[in-house]
Design a protein around this ligand. Structure first.
Ligand code: ZN
Length: 222
């Protein structure tokens, strides 16, 4: 069959049909585009919700890790010590202040004796690569326990031996936060509140805290 076999009427009818078909396809395309735009918006909303949920999950995990890492007894001892220090600072009586400070000092000792140092803040040391004695800016590393404030300076780092710490070494159930040496000074002076711990864990070692939780979940409790 050849195009010339169609009558002009037939061709006009075919054209009309084809135009109708195209119009219908255009409408469908427009509807699909509209749906896609709605879905994209929905996708963006869901992504936001997922991110918020992940944040909450991480935050809860970190809080849980803190409670697993830091025994209840230590939490209450710290809370009592913090309260005692405030009382000692705020009293007008010199005699009362002295006795409150003495009580606080006793509590500090108790805390130090009981603390397994579960959250250690570490500031790496620095070894000068330049062996010019005039330009020796080497500094040993420093660590402190954010629960009891026990503080250690790295020993023997610069005498050719392995560097080391006495108590604050790598250990099971110990979480590390990395900090700069200057920040360590400030942090040691501050008696950290629970929210500050969260900050530390969130910012420095969330992965480690999560790994730790994971291993704790796998270990049956005795
Ligand atoms: Zn400690």
């Amino acid at each position: 069959m050849h195009i010339l076999d169609f009558t002009p009427e037939e061709i006009a009818a075919a054209l009309k049909n084809e135009e109708k078909a195209k119009k219908s396809l255009d409408d469908k395309l427009a509807r699909v585009a509209e749906q896609m735009s709605k879905l994209a918006k929905k996708q963006a909303e869901l992504k936001k919700e997922v991110a918020a949920s992940e944040w909450r999950l991480n935050h809860l995990d970190v809080s849980q890790a803190l409670h697993v890492l830091i025994p209840e007894e230590l939490w209450s001892l710290r809370a009592a010590l913090a309260k005692k220090r405030i009382e000692a600072r705020e009293t007008d009586s010199k005699r009362e202040s002295a006795s409150l400070h003495a009580e606080a000092a006793q509590m500090e000792k108790e805390l130090l004796a009981k603390c397994p140092h579960p959250l250690v803040v570490n500031a790496a040391g620095y070894q000068a690569t330049n062996h010019n004695d005039d330009d020796d800016r080497s500094e040993p590393g420093e660590r402190f326990c954010a629960v009891c404030n026990h503080h250690e300076v790295e020993y023997a780092r610069w005498s050719g031996q392995e560097a080391g710490f006495k108590k604050l070494v790598e250990a099971e159930n110990r979480v590390w936060a990395r900090e700069h040496r200057e920040a360590i000074e400030d942090l040691r002076k501050t008696f950290l509140k629970i929210d500050d711990y969260r900050e530390l864990l969130n910012h420095f070692t969330p992965q480690r805290a999560l790994e730790l939780l994971e291993s704790l979940r796998k270990t049956p409790t005795k």
